[in-house]
Design a protein around this ligand. Structure first.
Ligand SMILES: [Zn+2]
Length: 393
């Protein structure tokens, strides 16, 4: 979904750390997808009551293994952050130990705070500031019911904030998107999706929802006008920077993405319309400003070959089960192996056998339609009309 929407980087607030295998599978999915990702290691979802709202469990120790053995390279395409519960979802004592663990491992920290009435009572940011734990390596998500004083504390300590504008507008009880209050406190926030079972993972949808909420309040249509008049507002250009560079800052990767700046990854497709089609697009891929042929995809932090399939259909690395891809079936209804180079196949265009070539599978649409039309008449000559062309039988 994110890739289809043009998103090139995902920060995965992953609180399904039910076991090391769960975390490894989530990380493997980021490698497999090809997207740039920050994996934010969180807590288990096996028992929400045990792990949230006053929990006395400290953060799962498996994060040490992941840091040491799986995501140790901070310049890799997939990197590691720590998603902590903080004093709002655990206790101040637990939060202190968790924060020290993350800092020992050199990891940036995120917390979801200011959640409804509970967040207003807890004032997590104030607790962190009072105990000297609030620092610039933290990103606070939501902050809906955090006080204006707390927002100023976030700004004063150089920490970052993220607004889940679409989710906060949809999910009752969380509180209002706090974008304008953050701007008033001197913070340009990033934007979050949060829960994809409630709102779309499309970042453009999140941007539209965040702006729509402001516009509704300005129009007096979204309830009391009490807070917004007098607060700074934002426009579409601001939203773009919230979604791009501010998100990169929050994830600690603004040195390589988030803006069009020399030296950063471009994450951009540019097509010259005054030239003929590029032909083999693989030869036209530029990476880091240089043409690059995609001979082999890199897998894992150190690159190298794709992990070999294991017995039982499990792939190495994250151990993700490989999806079963249906292959063409033979007349005997068995599953036949993929065609090999040099194998003879019937060619309807030639009216006879020819060597099979893998490159023949890539055809332009006009060529493909003419191939299908030829295939129809080929089948018709053999008394099997309609085998390829629906409606002609
Ligand atoms: Zn959240």
């Amino acid at each position: 979904m994110s890739l289809d929407a043009g998103v090139t980087t995902v920060r995965d607030e992953s609180h399904i750390s039910n076991s090391p295998a769960h975390s490894d599978a989530a990380i493997a999915a980021h490698w497999e997808s090809g997207i740039r990702a920050v994996f934010d290691h969180g807590w288990p979802s096996t028992n929400a009551e045990e792990w949230q709202f006053g929990s006395v469990h400290t953060h799962p120790d498996d994060i040490r293994r992941i840091r040491d053995e799986v995501l140790s390279d901070d310049s890799a395409r997939v990197t590691l952050n720590a998603m902590l519960r903080g004093p709002e979802l655990s206790t101040l004592h637990v939060a202190e130990q968790d924060i020290r663990l993350a800092r020992d491992l050199g990891l940036r920290i995120s917390m979801h705070v200011g959640l409804g009435e509970w967040g207003a009572q807890q004032q997590a940011v104030r607790q962190l500031a009072d105990t000297g734990l609030l620092a610039s390596d933290m990103t606070f998500i939501h902050l809906c019911t955090s006080t204006d004083d707390e927002l100023r504390m976030v700004a004063a300590h150089g920490a970052t904030a993220s607004v889940a504008g679409a989710l906060e507008a949809f999910m009752p009880g969380l509180g209002h998107p706090t974008t304008n209050r953050l701007l008033a406190a001197g913070i340009r926030p990033s934007l979050s999706v949060d829960t994809e079972t409630i709102v779309s993972g499309d970042m453009f949808g999140v941007m539209r929802a965040t702006l729509a909420y402001q516009q509704l309040v300005l129009a007096g249509a979204a309830g009391p006008m009490g807070r917004l008049p007098g607060l700074p507002t934002f426009d579409a250009a601001d939203l773009l920077s919230f979604a791009a560079i501010e998100g990169a800052r929050a994830a600690g990767i603004d040195d390589r993405t988030g803006s069009l700046t020399p030296g950063k990854d471009a994450d951009l497709i540019m097509i010259r319309l005054d030239l003929p089609p590029a032909g083999d697009t693989r030869r036209r891929v530029h990476r880091g400003g240089r043409p690059r042929r995609q001979r082999r995809r890199r897998y894992g932090p150190q690159g190298g070959r794709r992990p070999q399939a294991r017995r039982g259909g499990l792939r190495g690395g994250g151990g993700l089960p490989r999806p079963a891809v249906p292959r063409r079936r033979s007349a005997a209804s068995g599953v036949s192996p993929p065609r090999q180079r040099g194998e003879l196949v019937d060619d309807p265009l030639r009216g006879g056998p020819r060597p099979h070539r893998l490159s023949d599978q890539v055809r332009t649409w006009p060529r493909l339609t003419s191939t299908l039309a030829a295939a129809c008449s080929w089948w018709e000559r053999r008394g099997r009309p309609g085998a390829y062309c629906c409606g002609r039988a």
